[in-house]
Design a protein around this ligand. Structure first.
Ligand SMILES: NC(=O)c1ccc[n+]([C@@H]2O[C@H](COP(=O)([O-])OP(=O)(O)OC[C@H]3O[C@@H](n4cnc5c(N)ncnc54)[C@H](O)[C@@H]3O)[C@@H](O)[C@H]2O)c1
Length: 460
C-alpha cells in the first residue's frame, strides 16, 4: 500500500479567518482527503485574516490536487498559491561548480590562470599521465546518458534525463566526494554515443553510463571499455548487480544456505538482469533459470539475440522450458528486475523451503512484498517504504571513489565482487536478520568500505 510521501509534497499558501477553529478545520480537511501534514506556518497575521503555509505529503500529483480542492471548499478559505516542493528543489538545477583556489588578486590569477597555467599545460603535454595529478581528471566522472531508458519512464530523451543525472552527480559528491558531471547526449545512435564519449574522455577519470536502454547498452559499454584507458561502468547493470549480490550473500547467511546449492530464478534479462546473472555466475551457484517476457530462456528457444544466447548457454542446466511460474517451483531464490505483479503468494509456496524473494521492479514489484512474506523467509524490494531496500546508491559512489584513488584504467568482475562483499560485510553478524540484509543508504561507513575494497582489488 503506497503511503503519502515527500516525493509528492506541496505547500499551499492560503488565507483563513483568524478564528480559533480555522487551524483545526484545515488539518482535518487535509486528513479527510488522505494527505499528511508536515508543517503549518503562519506567515502573515492581520485583524481580519491570517496567511498560512500548509505543507503536506500526498500520494500523487492528482492526489495533491484533490487535497487543494478540498481546502478550497472550506468556508472563508482562499487558496493563494500551491507550490510543488519537488519542483522547487529543481529550480535552476541541483549542482554547481565551485572554484577550489582563491582568485582574490593578480597574483592568484597569474598562478591559477595565465601566465602560470601555461607551464602546467606543457608538463601535461610532455607527460599525459600528469593529467591525473594536475587536473580535475583526478576526481571527475562523466555521467553519460542518451535518455533512452530514464528511470522506469522509458525514452524521454536527453534533456528530460538531466534531472536524474544531476541527482546522480549530487549523490556522487555527497557519499564519496566524487565530482561527477552530467553529459546528456542528443543522439541514440550506438556509434555516435561511443564516438562522443571517446571524444570527451580526456577530462574524466571514469565514465558512468546511465539510463541507456538494453540491448544497446551492452555494446556501448563493451566497445568503450576496449577503447578507453579509464574505467567504464554502466550503473543500471553493475551497480544493481553489486547490491543484489551483497544482499543475496547476507540473505543466504540468514537462511543458512550455500549459493552453490541454490537454484536461482532471475526474472528480467535486460540491463539489470543480465549483469546480475553474470556476477552471480562468478560465485558458481547451483543453477540459474533466466526468465524474460517470452518465458524461460533455454537453448532451444527460437529468436534469442546474442545476449540471451550467451545466457542460455551458461544457465538452465536441464534446458527447462516454460513460464515464470514453472521456473519458481523448487527455486531457493527469486530475483526480479522485470515488471509489476507477475505472481502471488501461491507461487512463492511452490519455492523451496526458506525461499528468498527479491522483487525489484520499480515502482511496483513483481509481487506485493506482504504477499511474498507469507511464504518467503527473506524479502527485499527496491522501495524505500519496505525493509531491505536494494538501492544502487550503496555501490556506485564507493566504486568510483576506489577506482579514482587507484588510478584504475579498467574495471573487472573481481572489483565488482569486492564491492559486493564490502557492502555485505557492513552488516555485521549482530545486526544481520531477515529484515536487515543490506545497510541503510545513509550509513556513511558503506562508501569508504566499498572504496577501500575496490582500490585494493584494482591495485592487487
Ligand atoms: N535497485 C533496484 O531496485 C533496481 C535496479 C535496476 C533495475 N530495477 C528495476 O528492474 C526493472 C528492469 O530494469 P532494466 O533496466 O533491466 O530494464 P530492461 O528493459 O533492460 O529489461 C526488462 C526485462 O524484463 C523482462 N520483462 C518485461 N516484462 C516481463 C514479464 N511480464 N515477465 C517476465 N519478464 C518480463 C523483459 O523481457 C526484459 O528482459 C525495472 O522495473 C527497474 O526499475 C530495480
Amino acid at each position: 500500500m503506497p503511503v503519502p510521501g515527500p516525493g509528492y509534497s506541496i505547500t499551499v499558501r492560503l488565507e483563513a479567518p483568524p478564528s480559533a477553529s480555522a487551524a483545526g478545520d484545515l488539518t482535518s480537511a487535509v486528513g479527510r482527503a488522505g494527505g499528511v501534514i508536515t508543517a503549518f506556518d503562519v506567515v502573515e497575521s492581520h485583524n481580519d485574516r491570517v496567511v498560512i503555509d500548509l505543507t503536506c505529503n500526498a500520494l500523487s500529483a492528482n492526489h495533491a490536487k484533490d487535497i487543494t480542492d478540498t481546502l478550497e471548499t472550506l468556508p472563508g478559505i482562499v487558496v493563494r498559491k500551491v507550490s510543488d516542493r519537488t519542483f522547487l528543489v529543481h529550480l535552476g538545477g541541483k549542482i554547481e561548480i565551485a572554484s577550489k583556489v582563491p582568485l582574490r588578486n593578480r597574483d592568484d590569477l597569474s598562478r591559477a590562470y595565465t601566465p602560470g597555467v601555461a607551464r602546467v599545460c606543457e608538463a601535461i603535454a610532455k607527460n599525459p599521465d600528469d593529467a591525473r595529478r594536475l587536473t580535475i581528471k583526478r576526481n571527475t566522472v562523466a555521467v553519460v546518458t542518451d535518455g533512452s531508458a530514464v528511470l522506469g519512464l522509458g525514452n524521454l530523451g536527453p534533456a528530460a534525463a538531466l534531472p536524474v543525472m544531476e541527482g546522480k552527480a549530487a549523490l556522487f559528491k555527497k557519499f564519496a566526494g566524487v565530482d561527477a558531471w552530467p553529459v546528456c547526449l542528443d543522439t541514440q545512435d550506438t556509434e555516435e554515443i561511443i564516438r562522443a564519449v571517446e571524444l570527451i574522455a580526456p577530462v574524466y577519470g571514469g565514465i558512468n553510463l546511465e539510463d541507456i536502454s538494453a540491448p544497446r547498452c551492452f555494446e556501448i559499454e563493451a566497445r568503450l571499455r576496449e577503447k578507453l584507458d579509464i574505467p567504464v561502468f554502466h550503473d543500471d547493470q553493475h551497480g544493481t548487480a553489486i547490491v543484489v549480490v551483497a544482499a543475496l550473500r547476507n540473505a543466504l547467511r540468514v537462511v543458512k544456505k550455500d549459493i552453490k546449492d541454490c537454484r536461482i530464478t532471475v526474472c528480467g534479462v535486460g540491463a539489470a538482469g543480465s549483469a546480475i546473472i553474470r556476477l552471480l555466475q562468478a560465485q558458481e551457484p547451483g543453477d540459474i533459470i533466466a526468465v524474460d517476457v517470452d518465458g524461460i530462456v533455454h537453448r532451444d528457444r527460437p529468436g534469442l539475440d546474442s545476449n540471451l544466447k550467451s545466457i542460455a548457454a551458461s544457465t538452465n542446466k536441464d534446458n527447462q522450458a516454460g513460464r515464470l511460474h514453472d521456473a519458481l517451483v523448487g527455486s531457493d531464490v527469486f530475483i526480479g528486475v522485470s515488471a509489476p505483479n507477475l505472481f502471488g503468494a501461491e507461487q512463492v509456496a511452490t519455492m523451496a523451503k526458506d525461499a528468498i524473494v527479491f522483487a525489484l521492479a520499480n515502482p511496483d514489484p513483481e509481487i506485493d512484498p506482504m504477499e511474498a512474506q507469507q511464504h518467503a523467509a527473506v524479502v527485499a524490494t527496491g522501495r524505500s517504504d519496505f525493509p531491505n531496500q536494494i538501492n544502487n546508491v550503496l555501490a556506485f559512489p564507493g566504486v568510483f571513489r576506489g577506482l579514482l584513488d587507484a588510478h584504475a584504467r579498467t574495471i573487472t568482475d573481481a572489483m565488482l565482487l569486492a564491492a559486493a562483499q564490502a557492502i555485505a560485510d557492513v552488516v555485521d553478524g549482530d545486526r544481520l536478520n531477515a529484515s536487515f540484509i543490506v545497510p541503510s543508504v545513509f550509513d556513511n561507513t558503506v562508501a569508504p568500505a566499498v572504496a577501500e575494497a575496490v582500490r585494493k582489488a584494482a591495485t592487487s
